[in-house]
Design a protein around this ligand. Structure first.
Ligand SMILES: Cc1cc2nc3c(=O)[nH]c(=O)nc-3n(C[C@H](O)[C@H](O)[C@H](O)COP(=O)(O)OP(=O)(O)OC[C@H]3O[C@@H](n4cnc5c(N)ncnc54)[C@H](O)[C@@H]3O)c2cc1C
Length: 566
């Protein structure tokens, strides 16, 4: 069944659920009128349905290959990328001074969601470019901006991010790549990086690598790391391409999914690079890219959840088995209905959280307001982890809804589960996201979290006469989350970390309840029925999760390594 972009869903969320009107009311985003948003979403939907989605299976069946040092991409990917570039979709939120559209991240998030649902392997490429563009806009010198940004935004060149090394994964500070000043303003970069997404391709004339490395006087750990632009071909002053840089793709990984995206081991051997941001300020610069990328990866989870749901629904409406009643198809069985309703309700919740995160980032960028900045920072780990967890869970349920056919590759249901699996791992594992939420994001004593919970309770109060049956459980869940948040900020880090993952999930469950309730208040009966399903059947999970959080670390860590081995 062909993927169909859920264009109307984005408009509904923007107009009625996540408060996009606030973004459109700012001077910075005054161009994001309803007509512009409609045009963008409609055009992007067309591209995704007609051009990108047909690349999904070829990418899986014909993975990218390394031939004599050259990466050969999956059939059709070059044309697909060109279509994305020519539509201006890479630079949708980029600075107009360099050729971007300057539109809000909320719109870019809608477009990225559709593109991820259509073909995740290909979508990862423009997503990496967008992260690099944002990092350069904020941290690069004018020379680097002038040289690289127009080419990256137009899609003539692509961008990657190089953090990971064999001994430095989650612990980025353990990296060993070196940078030596050459005395002419450039640096010699040496080292090995692993798992580099879209490290090379055969359809753009240059690939620009942002590489983390340590200068000779860089202290150990993250504080001694600097960021460098290391292009495959070194641009001349007139913008034409000059010498080939001394970097190479050593090998491509054989992965469980995402086959169309070449994931490389990279070697830099005294490659020429240029500093981005200040010396030893690499992590701050890279964080700009990672925060953008985290919302982008959340969107990958949501987009794949949407596609997996559409697939399973079509199958369930067609497959006849047992005495189903009604149409006679398995969609009439209560348990199949449960699976499909969970998939749809969770996809809505994860999408709403991710778009609310994008709205907070847009508002922070447009107004500089500290409250919006704190809201954006709080929501980023939640949307990254919940969006990708839901991608994985919905894709797995999609296989189950297909029965045996879910296990057979031809249906395509398994590909969604294989492709999206990595999204909970890269851009900071979901465990690291949860630790970020309970540590760094609670350094304010929980103020940003409590401000959000206040808003949720106020919205519930305002709706109590309209939908009392739905309001009460949302209000109660929010109150439980508030109590656990107040308890959590009083604990030491061991106790916080022991409960970080269930805490993040409970937070997302409550946010999902709030957004479903907000949607139901629009009066549409379908929205009300979906909200009822979520609030009565999925939201109650928060209570078990919060009980888990409150257990702290003692009995968990008392379960010793010897006990695990026994
Ligand atoms: C397909 C793919 C594409 C990728 N693309 C890129 C890319 O483009 N650029 C790039 O730089 N990297 C990329 N990565 C690397 C990715 O970001 C890392 O795999 C990820 O950060 C985790 O690091 P690791 O694999 O070393 O796992 P580890 O850090 O070894 O983690 C293993 C487990 O231990 C947990 N853990 C680790 N440290 C802690 C801690 N302090 N507290 C609690 N738990 C902890 C983790 O959560 C995880 O569950 C990619 C990876 C894959 C698989």
């Amino acid at each position: 069944m062909p993927y169909r972009s859920p264009a109307n869903e984005f408009r509904f969320l923007m107009d009625h659920v996540v408060g996009f009107d606030q973004v459109a009311a700012t001077d910075r985003y005054a161009e994001a009128t309803p007509d512009t948003c409609d045009a963008i979403i409609t055009e992007a939907a067309k591209l995704c349905d007609d051009i990108i989605a047909p690349l999904q299976r070829p990418g899986d069946m014909h993975p990218a290959k390394l031939e004599n040092g050259v990466v050969r991409t999956s059939p059709g990917f070059g044309d697909g990328f060109k279509a994305i570039a020519e539509g201006g979709w890479i630079g949708i939120s980029a600075d107009p001074e360099y050729g971007g559209m300057g539109l809000p991240l909320t719109l870019a998030t809608s477009v990225n969601d559709m593109m991820a649902g259509a073909c995740l392997s290909l979508q990862l490429n423009p997503l990496m470019c967008q992260g690099q563009i944002e990092a350069l806009e904020h941290h690069a010198s004018d020379t680097i901006k002038d040289t690289y940004l127009p080419k990256l935004i137009s899609g003539e060149w692509t961008g990657t991010m190089n953090l990971t090394e064999p001994q430095a994964g989650s612990d980025v500070g353990a990296l060993r790549s070196k940078a030596e000043p050459k005395g002419d303003g450039s640096y010699a970069i040496s080292g090995q990086k692993i798992y580099i997404s879209w490290a090379d391709n055969d359809f753009t004339e240059n690939v620009c690598h942002l590489v983390l490395a340590r200068l000779p006087d860089g202290v150990p750990g993250t504080k001694g790391i600097s960021l460098f632009m290391v292009p495959k071909f070194i641009p001349n002053e007139d913008g034409t391409l000059g010498d080939r840089n001394s970097l190479r793709v050593v090998s491509l990984e054989h992965k469980m999914g995402l086959h169309g995206s070449p994931t490389a081991v990279m070697e830099y051997d005294n490659a020429r690079g240029w500093l981005v941001g200040p010396e030893h300020g690499g992590m701050a610069a890279m964080f700009t890219m990672m925060n953008n990328a985290r919302v982008g990866v959340a969107t990958q989870g949501v987009g794949v959840a949407e596609a997996a749901y559409q697939h399973a629904l079509a199958y369930a409406m067609d497959r006849k088995q047992g005495r189903a009643g009604g149409s006679g198809a398995i969609v009439e069985h209560a348990d199949v209905r449960r699976m499909l309703a969970s998939m749809k309700a969770d996809t809505f919740a994860a999408r709403a959280i991710t778009m609310a995160n994008a709205v907070a980032i847009d508002m922070s960028n447009a107004t500089g307001d500290a409250g919006w900045k704190a809201r954006a920072a709080l929501l980023t780990p939640i949307s990254k982890a919940f969006g990708t967890d839901i991608g994985v869970e919905v894709a797995a349920t999609g296989i189950q809804a297909h029965g045996g056919m879910g296990f057979i590759e031809e249906t395509g249901a398994a590909q969604y589960a294989r492709d999206v699996r990595v999204a909970t791992i890269y851009e900071g594992t979901n465990g690291i996201q949860a630790m970020d939420l309970v540590a760094r994001k609670m350094m304010d004593g929980g103020d940003a979290a409590v401000a959000l919970l206040d808003e949720i309770e106020a919205a519930a109060e305002a709706a109590k006469d309209t939908l009392p049956d739905l309001v009460e459980p949302v209000w109660q869940a929010c109150e439980s989350l508030r109590e656990t948040t107040e308890w959590l900020v009083g604990q030491d880090m061991n106790d916080r970390f022991a409960g970080a993952v269930p805490y993040l999930r409970a937070f997302a469950r409550v946010l999902g309840g709030h957004y479903h309730l907000t949607a139901a208040l629009q009066g549409d009966e379908t929205r009300k029925r979906l909200a009822t399903f979520y609030i009565k059947r999925l939201l109650p999970e928060h209570a078990g999760l919060l009980a888990h959080v409150r257990e702290g670390a003692d009995d968990l860590m008392a379960l010793s390594v010897d006990d695990l081995v026994a």
